[in-house]
Design a protein. Sequence first.
Length: 507
Amino acid sequence: LLEEGMQVAPAIFNGLTISLVKSTFLILWPSHVVCCAWYGFMSSSVSDTGLGWKLTLEEQGLEDWPNAFVYALGFYWSLASMLSGASTMEPRNSWECLFSSVHLIFGFIFCSSLISALAAKFIEHQMQNQEQQGKLKTLRKFLHQHRVDGTLGIAIQHQVSARMRGEKRLAYEEVPVLSLLSASLRAELHYNIHADYLHGHDILLACSEVDETLVAHLCAAAVTHIAVAPGEQVFQANMCAGFMYIVIGGTLEYDVMRPGSVSVFGGSTSVKIDEVTVGRYICELALWLEWTTLGMLEATAPSELLRVAVGGFMSVLATPRHQAVAQVVADFATKLCEAIDAEQPAVMTDLRVDVERDAVVASMSVASRALISRPMLGRLERTHGNNSTSWKRLEDLELEVTGGKCHLRLEPSCGRVMRIVQVVCLRLRRPDGAMLVEVAQQRNGTTRATLKLPGSKKRDGETLDDTLQRIQHQALPNAGGVHRAAQEDHIEQGMSEAYGIETKYIR
């Protein structure tokens, strides 16, 4: 009984405490308003009998009473009249009788409604608690009959109890009246609910800047909203992924499985359990390639997810109006697959792949990168000043973008334009440890100290090996016997002095 009471208490008090606080406020605020009105009547000299509350109180020493006591007296009269109908001061003229009568009628209606609402709330909590206790009682009976270990049984009961207390979030399909909406208003509702989550994805955001209608069409044709109860699985390992998932509410658990290994319970062995919270993108690779899930996703609390159907995503891109961004998406998917094949990332799960996405975009064609960078140039034009220096910077930046030396993107978290530059550097060492370093550059008859590794930005159509061979040929045209030992990636971020915008350097 004690255990049942401890499990019941949080469910009852959490909801009822809020209801009681609201009810108390609903009583105190009208009482305060009526108290102020009572003081106004009491202070007025209007009377058809020559008598009144003011005269009665003056006979008792009103002028010597502190204001706080006068207010407390009026507040007490208001509460007593509204809740019980009793009056501590009888009306002495017609106006006071009318005021008291109206207050009594209002108090009767208000208190009746409040008591009814509180009783309904108590009954609702009691019914919910009885249902939950019935389920927990059945669970305890099951554990007892099957002689489950006590420690395990307590852990099972605590988890079930905690998950039952969570409020289930509603999915679109669980609100039948939404079917009464017109198609246009329904599409607008879908966009209003889902658009911000799609804009949080870097590639979809870049494409939506190019094609403003893309996200609206995706929301209508490819995005669905699902609600998941605690303990419910979204997907299991080794399933063909037909959706990308976006967590928009609640908490889930992702259990990575080790392929080919078998546990004592059968199936794959769990490697790591990750908590998945709001804003995470799951099975994102399904949009770019044929993807098989590597783990299991299960809700630990009432949760909401958006599902972006791969088929719907492809059908939207296949329409003529989205032809431009379809080419960008195809280019990104191709380069992402090439990067995964080349790098063989150490971390590759349904939650993330350890591949530098900006480097993938930097390896795309100049046409694709220029297309997604053009809206960013427009943003910079609107935010930069009108002085000649700013315009010269923008002109130089545009030339660099169209030349394929960099690309621009919008940072989803802060809405800031960022410049991305991929630079390939060559570190050549001799057997004796000496390293080749560029100490200066000569341009237009002037020499400028540099002291850096020889390097260059990747050109359009170049692979990493092509760029390395070009740098090596420029640095040591006649060198032979060069052996490539390893590849390292370094990322630096800072403000570009030449263009005055945040720049990310991928070396």
